[in-house]
Ligand binder design. Structure first.
Ligand SMILES: [Ca+2]
Ligand SMILES: [Ca+2]
Length: 143
């Protein structure tokens, strides 16, 4: 190899190294599985639906997940359930991003109770578990 060719070769190698190093920060889209486990009792120590004979105690859960770039995904209503799981496809997150969660218990004849609202920090880990309000949220990322 001539001197010029060698220089170009080394230069190209350095460039590709820099490009791959920069790439570790931007990750491939993932599938995000969110499992919610809701506490049996709400803040006041009562069951979510506590009208004797007229209601089923477990909450009637619905809500919303907000991802970066204002992407929102609805959590459809799950009646009378302490547990639910949703799957969100093609999620692009970088370390430090926040996933905002809002969960409510639908009620008839009165204002819906807030079960949990808050943020989950994306740390790059495959799995995170967080207590948010009156729920435990487990997030798993699949390639
Ligand atoms: Ca209920
Ligand atoms: Ca309810």
């Amino acid at each position: 190899m001539s001197k010029v060719k060698t220089l170009i070769f080394v230069g190209a190698l350095a460039m590709s190294f820099i490009a791959s190093a920069a790439n570790t920060n931007t990750q491939k889209p993932k599938t995000m599985v969110m499992s919610f486990e809701i506490d049996k009792y709400k803040r006041d120590g009562k069951e979510w639906d506590n009208i004797p004979l007229a209601s089923n105690p477990p909450p009637d859960v619905y809500g919303k997940v907000t991802l970066p770039n204002d992407r929102t995904e609805d959590i459809p209503l799950h009646e009378d359930s302490y547990q639910l799981k949703i799957v969100i496809q093609d999620v692009e997150l970088k370390v430090g991003d926040l996933v905002h969660v809002e969960l409510f218990d639908r009620d008839r004849g009165r204002q819906d109770d807030v079960i949990a609202t808050g943020d989950i920090l994306y740390t790059g880990e495959r799995e995170t578990k967080e207590n948010l309000g009156k729920a435990t949220v487990k997030v798993t990322f699949l390639e």
